[in-house]
Design a protein. Structure first.
Length: 279
C-alpha cells in the first residue's frame, strides 16, 4: 500500500496545496521507488524507523508495510493534517517539527543504534542535518537517505575521490557510507532537474579516530585544510600544524587535503600542539 502519482496529485488538488519550492519539496510518486527505498533500508518487524520530511506519506506507507514501527516527522504545517489522514490508519506516529531543531533525545529515547532513519531530503538541509544527527543523536544507528546525486557522492566519498571533502571526513569519522542506488528525476512531482542518489550510512561502533583525539580540534584542521583545498597542507594549515607535527604523523607537508583519510587527519590532530598527543 502506497501512493501513486495520481493519488499525490489528487491529494494536493483536494487540499489546495502545491509543493513548496522554498522547502525544496519534490514528492515521490512512484510506488516501486518507495518500496525499493524501504527494501534498501533493511527494515522490518521489530525495527523502529524515523522518517524526516514525510510529505504526503508515499515513503511512509512503504515503510509501514514492512512491519516496522514508524515515526514520521514533517515541518510543513500545511501538509501535516493530510499526512495524518493518510498514514495514521497504518499505525504511523506523526510529529510536526523541524528536524534541524527537534529535541531528538525526547523524541527517540532508547540506546545507541536503536533507530533507523529513512528520508527523502531536500538539497538545502541534507548535509547539515546528517552531520548533526551523526554528531548528536547516537540512537540513530543507520540511515538510508535519498539526496541530490552530488550530495550523495560527497557523503560517501573516500580520500582521493573527486567528491571528497570536509563532509566526507565528518561522515567517515562516525560511519561507513556508500551509494546504493540512483533515482531518476521522473519519479518525483514536480520533476527536479537533477538526479538523486540513495546513500546508506551505518554508524560505527566507535569513531574511526581514537577517542582521546579532541574532535573539535580535529575538525578545525579538516575545515582549514579543505578551506584551501588546492594548497599544500603546509600552507593551508600554516599556524596550526608545524613541520615536526607533519613528521610525527607521517603526513607529507606537500600533500593536499583530499589525499588524507579520516585516520590520517586523526593522526595529524593527535600530533599537533593544540591537540592531545598519542601516548
Amino acid at each position: 500500500m502506497t501512493l501513486s502519482g495520481a493519488d499525490v496529485r489528487r491529494l494536493l488538488t483536494e487540499h489546495g496545496l502545491a509543493p513548496s519550492r522554498a522547502r525544496g519539496q519534490n514528492f515521490v510518486v512512484d510506488p516501486n521507488t518507495v518500496r525499493r527505498v524501504a527494501r534498501l533500508a533493511s527494515v522490518g518487524p521489530g525495527d523502529r524507523v524515523v522518517e524526516i520530511g514525510a510529505g504526503l506519506g508515499s515513503l511512509t506507507l512503504a515503510l509501514a508495510d514492512t512491519g516496522a514501527s514508524v515515526t514520521a516527522v514533517e515541518v510543513d504545517s500545511r501538509l501535516v493534517p493530510v499526512l495524518r489522514s493518510v498514514v495514521e490508519p497504518a499505525g504511523v506516529t506523526v510529529v510536526e517539527g523541524d528536524a534541524l531543531r527537534l529535541d531528538w533525545s525526547a523524541l527517540l529515547g532508547g540506546a545507541a543504534g536503536d533507530w533507523v532513519l529513512v528520508a527523502n531530503l531536500p538539497y538545502n538541509v541534507a548535509t547539515p542535518l546528517i552531520a548533526d544527527l551523526l554528531d548528536g543523536v547516537p540512537p540513530i544507528g543507520r540511515m538510508l537517505v535519498m539526496v541530490q546525486r552530488e550530495v550523495g557522492e560527497r557523503l560517501a566519498a573516500s580520500a582521493g575521490d573527486d567528491a571528497y571533502g570536509a563532509v566526507s571526513v565528518k561522515v567517515a569519522y562516525w560511519a561507513e557510507a556508500r551509494v546504493v542506488g540512483r533515482v531518476p528525476p521522473t519519479v518525483f512531482h514536480p520533476v527536479p532537474k537533477v538526479e538523486s542518489a540513495l546513500v546508506r550510512i551505518d554508524r560505527r561502533p566507535a569513531p574511526a579516530v581514537a577517542v582521546e583525539v579532541d574532535r573539535a580540534w580535529l575538525f578545525r584542521l579538516v575545515a582549514a585544510g579543505f578551506g584551501q583545498r588546492r594548497k599544500m597542507l603546509r600552507r593551508s594549515l600554516a599556524g596550526l600544524v608545524g613541520p615536526e607535527a607533519f613528521a610525527a604523523a607521517g603526513i607529507r607537508p606537500e600533500a593536499r587535503a583530499e589525499e588524507l583519510s579520516v585516520v590520517d587527519w586523526g593522526r595529524l590532530a593527535a600530533c599537533t600542539s593544540n591537540g592531545p598527543r598519542p601516548s
